[in-house]
Design a binder for this molecule. Structure first.
Ligand code: XMP
Length: 512
């Protein structure tokens, strides 16, 4: 398969580079710089290599370096930011620390008009820069192709050896012609054909799943989240009712979500669907428990027990085990050990006494946006494909203090009103996450002639790119007023509504 290697030197945009390449219909995979040798690169058949940025200086010996043999493989290379400096340094050029850093949107001025990397880029355009070190002298055989006011080598190339480098970040949307430059690299320099498409991904995956599975069975733990739903859709497309989806409903989902998941999968797909309705059991286990960590632990343990007991009942020895693992769950980064493979909370650790024929992870090479595209192509409803993240412990982390059936019901009803109003007013799509929280606080209110002493409800809504940081969403006052009014009128036992105006950090998105 046609593919590009994104060699990661620890830059913050490594995944973005790979996603941009894939958006241009070429498969890209990320490897840490210390995880692959030039010989392995040559053997793997890459049609091009992109060196990512990195936080370091090439003259710092603790910085990530790479074997200069890579420049002699004959495979086209595009170095970006630190990757550009590294290319210069490996090729025998020099890099210096500039007196002033260049950061933000900067004017790029072309020095040539015949570079195939810069084809279609005007003589002056805006690029995104973030650097202090810069290339001072280009290696032998290279020419300077662009500069900025303070950076004499903003782009350089040795077209004969197909080696290119840019000091700016073409993967960032602030670089006006960044996409064009990446496209030029892929199609003008690497001569890619553009074979990476989601419709052909589905066709190819269905064929290989059929080969792998044969006439055996497959068991998948469906959470109702995007990844496991799309994995289920894809496997069902391949082997129909040889697939059994096990859906543990702990009774802590948003209003009607359990029914929606069951209805969607039984109606749209050929598969066996097992729903375990466990609300009563979970509530019994959670009775009297108020400590947040204890609550999480109980919900996690009981979920695990319910799921694996069901698998033991079904028998697993002649089945494969399917999971919705996606690419970012398993990327090793160039930043080193500390950042290696985060455990994915959707993975259900397998007990020792349960044996399968093997594991199937049909989405393991896809980014989230690609998973969503596959989901849409498979006909999975938009509500599921674009579902907001939902914590594994469900509403359990949105009810502070003891969880009771009554509190779950109150929270579900209030949360439903919020979602209804957000959808009606067109806010559903452009807000990363919004929900209600029941803080377990009672306050005084007045209703008619009576004083009330009832629940306070909090609304949380955030905008974010990656959930590592988040800002509270600036929902219009009128909409907040409508939501508050409807909740206090329609949901019994709520007499006061507040809006959470804290960003992350210092707060987290969830309250518990
Ligand atoms: P925090 O609260 O850490 O949340 O700012 C960041 C994102 O992660 C989700 N979240 C969880 N997801 N299990 C999950 O599967 C959890 O225990 C959990 N806690 C938080 C949260 O909804 C947000 O999207």
């Amino acid at each position: 398969m046609e593919k590009i290697l994104v060699l990661d030197f620890g830059g913050q945009y490594n995944q973005l580079i790979a996603r941009r390449v894939r958006d241009l219909n070429v498969y890209a995979e990320i490897k840490p710089y210390n995880g692959i040798t030039p010989e392995e690169i040559a053997a793997a058949g890459y049609c091009g290599i992109i060196f990512t940025g990195g936080p370091n200086s090439v003259y710092d010996m603790s910085s990530p370096h790479y074997d200069p043999k890579v420049l002699e493989l004959g495979i086209p290379i595009l170095g970006i930011c630190y990757g550009a400096q590294l290319t210069a340094w490996m090729g025998g050029g020099s890099v210096i620390t500039a007196e002033t850093s260049e950061y933000g949107k900067i004017s790029l001025l072309l020095d040539v008009s015949d570079s195939c990397l810069l084809e279609g880029v005007p003589a002056e355009s805006v690029v995104w820069m973030s650097h202090t070190d810069r290339i001072a002298a280009v290696p032998q055989g290279f020419r300077v192709t662009a500069h900025t006011e303070v950076c004499p080598v903003a782009a350089m190339e040795n077209a004969e050896k197909k080696l290119y480098a840019v000091q700016f970040h073409p993967e960032v949307t602030h670089s006006e012609y960044g996409k064009q430059i990446l496209r030029n690299f892929l199609y003008n320099v690497c001569h890619c054909e553009g074979t990476w498409r989601m419709d052909s991904f589905i066709e190819d995956t269905v064929v290989s799943l059929r080969q792998q599975i044969g006439d055996k069975k497959v068991i998948l733990g469906l959470s109702g989240g995007v990844d496991s739903s799309v994995a289920a859709g894809l496997i069902s497309r391949a082997v129909g009712d040889q697939l059994t989806c096990v859906f543990v409903d702990q009774g802590l989902m948003r209003k009607d979500e359990g029914d929606f998941v069951e209805e969607t999968f039984t109606r749209l797909f050929d598969m066996k669907f097992v729903r375990l309705n466990c609300q009563e059991h979970f509530l019994r286990c959670l009775k009297g428990v108020t400590d947040p960590e204890e609550k999480r632990k109980i919900i996690g343990t009981e979920f695990y027990k319910a799921f694996w007991d069901e698998i033991r009942c079904q028998g697993s020895a002649d089945s494969f085990f399917a999971q919705g693992t996606i690419y970012p769950d398993r990327i090793e980064s160039g930043k080193g050990e500390a950042d290696k493979i985060k455990t994915h909370h959707n993975m259900v650790a397998q007990p020792e006494d349960v044996q399968f024929l093997g594991t199937i992870e049909p989405l393991k090479d896809l980014f989230k946006d690609e998973v969503r595209r596959v989901g849409e192509e498979l006909g999975i409803p938009k509500e599921l494909v674009w579902r907001q993240p939902f914590p594994g412990p469900g509403l359990g982390v949105r009810i502070i203090g003891e969880i009771t059936a009554e509190k779950v019901k109150i929270l579900q009803e209030a949360d439903w009103v919020l979602r209804d109003e957000m959808a009606k007013n067109g806010y559903e799509k452009n807000m990363a996450q919004f929900f209600c929280v029941l803080p377990g606080v009672s306050t005084v209110g007045v209703m008619g002639d009576h004083r009330t002493y009832d629940h306070l409800l909090a609304i949380r809504a955030v905008t974010t790119d990656d959930f590592m940081t988040a800002d509270w969403a600036r929902i219009p006052y009128d909409l907040l007023a409508k939501v508050s009014n409807r909740i206090t009128n329609e949901v019994r036992h709520i007499n006061r509504v507040v809006y959470d105006i804290t960003s992350k950090p210092p707060a987290t998105v969830e309250w518990e």
